[in-house]
Design a protein around this ligand. Sequence first.
Ligand SMILES: *[C@@H]1O[C@H](CO)[C@@H](O)[C@H](O)[C@H]1NC(C)=O
Ligand SMILES: *[C@@H]1O[C@H](CO)[C@@H](O)[C@H](O)[C@H]1NC(C)=O
Ligand SMILES: *[C@@H]1O[C@H](CO)[C@@H](O)[C@H](O)[C@H]1NC(C)=O
Ligand SMILES: *[C@@H]1O[C@H](CO)[C@@H](O)[C@H](O)[C@H]1NC(C)=O
Ligand SMILES: *[C@@H]1O[C@H](CO)[C@@H](O)[C@H](O)[C@H]1NC(C)=O
Ligand SMILES: *[C@@H]1O[C@H](CO)[C@@H](O)[C@H](O)[C@H]1NC(C)=O
Ligand SMILES: *[C@@H]1O[C@H](CO)[C@@H](O)[C@H](O)[C@H]1NC(C)=O
Length: 707
Amino acid sequence: MSCTLVFLLVALAAVLRSVPSQALSASGLQIQLQEQLIVQHNDSVYVQRVMRLAKSAEMRNYMQPDTDACENFYEYSCGNWAKINPAEAVRPRETNYYQLLDNAYRHKRLRLLEQAADPESDDAAVLKLKRFYASCLHFRETPRTLYRQQLQALVGEFGRMPVFLLPGQEWPASEFNWLETVARIKNKYGFDILLRLDVAPDLHNNTRNRVYIGQPWKLGLESKSMYSSAVAELYRQEYVRHISEELVQHLHVEAELATVTAREILNLEIALSKGMVDPLTTKPLSGLTQSRTAADLAAAYAPTFNLTQYIELALGHVPNDTLYEYVPDYQKNLLGVVSSTPPRVLANYIFQQLLQKLYYDLDAPAVDQCLSIVGQQFPEILDHMLYLRLGDAATLTDIQDLWKDIKASFRESLQNTSSVWITATTRELALEKLNATHLQINGYADVNFTDRYAQLHIAPHDYLTNLRAVLEHETRQRLKSLSEKPASLPAPTKRSSLAPVYLATENAVRLPVALLQPNFLWSRYYPRALKYGTLGYLLARELVHGFDELAGSQADWWDAKSTAEYGKRKKCFKQQYGRFRQDGHYLAESDLQAENIADNAAVQLAYKAYSDYLKHLSSSAIGSEALPRLQQTPQQLFFLSFAQFWCTDADDRFKEKVSLLNIHTPNAFRVIGPLSNFQAFARDHRCAAETTMNPSQKCQLYGITSK
Ligand SMILES: *[C@@H]1O[C@H](CO)[C@@H](O)[C@H](O)[C@H]1NC(C)=O
Ligand SMILES: *[C@@H]1O[C@H](CO)[C@@H](O)[C@H](O)[C@H]1NC(C)=O
Ligand SMILES: *[C@@H]1O[C@H](CO)[C@@H](O)[C@H](O)[C@H]1NC(C)=O
Ligand SMILES: *[C@@H]1O[C@H](CO)[C@@H](O)[C@H](O)[C@H]1NC(C)=O
Ligand SMILES: *[C@@H]1O[C@H](CO)[C@@H](O)[C@H](O)[C@H]1NC(C)=O
Ligand SMILES: *[C@@H]1O[C@H](CO)[C@@H](O)[C@H](O)[C@H]1NC(C)=O
Ligand SMILES: *[C@@H]1O[C@H](CO)[C@@H](O)[C@H](O)[C@H]1NC(C)=O
């Protein structure tokens, strides 16, 4: 027995014993050992056997087979997850599959960064990245006073922060102009404070870039309801405490003043939030974006502020063509907020927002902190480096094939009787759009990073100076891209997000490199059922998002009859999900059913794609669509892998917070809802009529007519 195999079995044993406190690291360890095993062996039959045993053990561990699969398929699939990956009152407050993927991805990034810089083989940009990382690690030895002086000097570039005043000093209010301050910060470091400015593809014609100005993505708390809901008071208190501690720790502000200042910051954000749309539930490119001329923007909020002036200061010039304003209601509300807030409070807020992005915790472990910082500042190049390792030809072909299968399923579903509710004209347009939708893996294969970072200079030790240089460099590149064709620069992403997303401006589904990591959800050693049930489902879900109300496109090309029919079907979901209860409480009945609709369609489309795949398999190949010691048929394996993707444990406060954010249905219902609407699930599990998983009333929008 080889050495690695012994290790693997040790790791497996740890998982099997389900030692709660070590479990997360145990399964992380298991995965890494599996990877080593693959690297070190070339006997694929042998490796496949071991890998399948390991996956089977993992899947069985999470299950609670005593639960009736027809009554609660989530419990049946995930009932033991919490024992193996328990959430804790501190961190992690939630455990799930994305976290396992994220941990493994962090490890891979770390291994890249820890490789000694090699001027021979490393790309020039990679050398800069490694030098930056080294300067970050080194910074932990900086004396506190020096660190504070550096932060103060940063503020000094733009003005004076009132909390820095010594007793007896007066803050020169007359020298402060909030709009100029935030515009100059934007111009130099790229931060969006109070206002947001983007250079991004035109929402009506993605072959050119435009300027967008308006509401920032989000404020300090995750969602709008966190600022208003009575239930969220606890989180607001926690937020105030957190800001206040930061002011003390990083800026040496006296404790009482820090608390007062933190409260003022919260109150200001509460006032700002009143005009916001919630970015979590509304995509910004929807009807909330208006086209404007420079003159419109100058006049709209006169005489209080002049958005054209902001653009001029932030960009260095005012483009003479169409500009877009995001969420005008936010600006209308801002008008009142800036008029009624003392300038001193605005100034503290603006500088706290600026400094917060540059804080370095001298007491925290440097490796973890620097890994996160590098991940935030250089996400594309890190993704690119890992893409070169993970994106081998076989994997990429495999994923493209899966994508084609999913698209074919959707095409068939749109052409089929299941979609007769959409009028012929709208359906034709939908098919055209579907044809044009493409898959993007964000490996940045076509970006020349040496070129991109040519102007960036990184000094060996001076971390904060380096960070400023990186931010300035990034900002110059982004703002400059106005005159360039889109795609010359990778579009700004929601950084470090692991979930695939649908990009409306590009009509593409983007798959993060982190999801190319094999042996979690899928692997060439596992049955295909697992790949369709997880990755296939995820791709299908984003594909469907391209056709929903949030994509903002629906209004453009859906005719009245199809829209009305869509509304009817949406209502079915609204009522159905409103009947689910968690911990004795009904879920809020929500008009936002896009996520639920996408979940429902996606599992059906992925299932259909998998069924088609099975049809073309020889009977001997079908035999490999099983896992040792699991009795599941190929179809049941598909459903099990889908359900287990959603296994989670959350501590009670975290659950409460998620329900406040109120976007996604709780995980259990993301399994129960879609599967109980799906006839094929009931058939494959022989669920009697009117069991929970097989109600007679099923909701359907996009999907397949099964028989
Ligand atoms: C497997 O590895 C051994 C030694 O590392 C090598 O001699 C052999 O050719 C390899 N076999 C295959 C099929 O790659
Ligand atoms: C989009 O803009 C380009 C120029 O940037 C122009 O040639 C093209 O006609 C425009 N397309 C549409 C549909 O307006
Ligand atoms: C707004 O700012 C622009 C650019 O600085 C300037 O040209 C314009 O006159 C200003 N408009 C008003 C109403 O102040
Ligand atoms: C806008 O500016 C560009 C150069 O910046 C110029 O070529 C173009 O003619 C201008 N268009 C209008 C309508 O003024
Ligand atoms: C979609 O593409 C396929 C082949 O790629 C083609 O046969 C079909 O006509 C296209 N359909 C539409 C509606 O454009
Ligand atoms: C990237 O750009 C640099 C300098 O601009 C150039 O020397 C190099 O050949 C380019 N690399 C590739 C792969 O195109
Ligand atoms: C299309 O309709 C046929 C007949 O109703 C059915 O057998 C087939 O499964 C349907 N396909 C999809 C994708 O709904």
